[in-house]
Design a protein around this ligand. Structure first.
Ligand SMILES: Nc1ncnc2c1ncn2[C@@H]1O[C@H](COP(=O)(O)OP(=O)(O)OP(=O)(O)O)[C@@H](O)[C@H]1O
Ligand SMILES: [Mg+2]
Length: 390
């Protein structure tokens, strides 16, 4: 079955209440929310991974200002619902960029759902035809606590993708102040993300390639700035552009993070396909993971994209995996054992995933890497099926 279509509703018009109610419970839709005013919906529009935005208007002329305000936040196609019959509105709307359809209420729910489905498929085709035929996946490794194993997981996973799965992989160190991904890989980079973002001129894939540090396992790295004070020059908008470019050059982009939701992190979340939430068997980490889940919900980050990773899963510390699952009300997707190979590898700058492949830790990382790649395939097939039908 197709994934439910994520929609968000803005504005108001006669008859919207009834149709909104019907859309919010429709099995083919994932109804993220509704705001009467576009200005109140910016976070959900920008970060909600929406497939379609529904905008309702009472106006008899085209609501150009509101459509432009929605466009500033998202490229998702817009379907307009209007209550008054108006040929002017219809004509202008159908010429407007990004407006997929206009429906005059009242309408049968199924007609509206059909229009949303059509708009969602057309939106996908636009992305595919927009010159960006390749779209790498972004896997973000996060945890709200320091020392839980984000960097160990991100570096080993990225190295595993590059070496064992033959994927063109970029490891991006977004722990901008104290990033140590390069050190864990035994590298002493000359250029970092800071040099890239302050370099003059438009960022494109050729330019990105000039700032990459290469590891012998085939992995490319964009390290964190060498000086903590340079972090602030890596802004949200620079990072947004960087990720768009990186997606064209790589199959996979693994992002290591710091335990904060700063601007560049928000730009990353907007584009994240899979968020690996690293948990540990300790109460403070679990408390903070819970809080982060609330923040992610406020940001309208889709819960289906979060995978929970239990690091040091075999530690005997008076807490079990089932208790973690109970406390967070989630399923742990992956377990990574505590293994001496990890600190040994960290101190040698040689990730066990490629340097000590027989270790329990390396085996667990391979399972994570393979599962993430398997999870990708049905999605692609679905997309092609959708395009063929559209
Ligand atoms: N599975 C494991 N087995 C043994 N040691 C581990 C494991 N995972 C992490 N460690 C150890 O814990 C230390 C901290 O891990 P790491 O640097 O990956 O945490 P982090 O979440 O990135 O922390 P920070 O927020 O400070 O960047 C590492 O130096 C590593 O030696
Ligand atoms: Mg780290």
């Amino acid at each position: 079955m197709n994934e439910p279509i994520r929609i968000y509703v803005t504005g108001s018009c006669e008859g919207l209440d009834r149709i909104r109610e019907a859309l919010s419970t429709h099995p083919d839709l994932d109804f993220v929310g509704w705001s009467e005013h576009v200005a109140e919906a910016t976070a959900a529009l920008a970060g909600g991974h929406l497939r379609v935005v529904v905008h309702a208007t009472r106006s008899t002329s085209f609501p150009g200002g509101e459509v432009a305000a929605i466009r500033e936040q998202t490229r998702a196609p817009i379907v307009i619902l209007a209550s008054g019959e108006s040929t002017a509105l219809l004509e202008e709307a159908l010429d407007a960029e990004g407006v997929a359809d206009v429906l005059l209420l009242p309408q049968l729910t199924e007609n509206v759902v059909f229009a949303l489905r059509k708009a969602a498929h057309a939106g996908r085709r636009l992305v595919a035809e927009g010159g960006t035929s390749r779209q790498g996946r972004i896997i973000t490794v996060f945890s709200p606590k320091g020392g839980t194993g984000k960097t160990v997981t991100a570096t080993n996973l990225a190295a595993s993708f590059a070496k064992h799965e033959g994927k063109r992989t970029l490891l991006l160190d977004l722990d901008l102040q104290f990033g140590d991904a390069a050190i864990m890989l035994g590298l002493e980079p000359e250029k970092t993300i800071y040099d890239l973002v302050v370099a003059p001129g438009e960022l494109d894939s050729e330019k990105l390639a000039g700032y990459i540090t290469k590891h012998t396992c085939g992995l490319d790295i964009l390290p964190a700035p060498l000086r903590p004070e340079d972090a602030e020059l890596v802004t949200e908008s620079k990072l947004a552009r960087l990720l768009e470019v990186a997606r064209e050059s790589y199959d996979l982009i693994v992002v290591d993070t710091s335990p904060f939701f700063h601007g560049p992190m928000l730009a990353t979340l907007d584009r994240t396909d899979e968020l690996l939430m690293v948990c540990g068997l300790d109460v403070p980490t679990l408390k903070n993971v819970r809080l982060s889940m609330q923040t992610l919900e406020l940001l309208s980050f889709p819960a289906s994209r979060i995978k929970f990773v239990l690091n040091r899963a075999n530690s005997k510390v008076g807490m079990k995996k089932s208790e973690v699952e109970g406390a967070l009300d989630v399923k742990i997707g992956f377990e990574i054992p505590s293994d001496r190979a990890v600190p040994l590898g960290v101190n040698r700058g040689a990730p066990p995933a490629i340097a000590d492949t027989g270790s329990d830790f390396a085996k667990a990382i391979r399972v994570v890497a393979k599962s993430l790649l398997v999870a990708e395939q049905p999605k692609k097939k679905r997309m092609f099926a959708a395009l063929a039908r559209a």
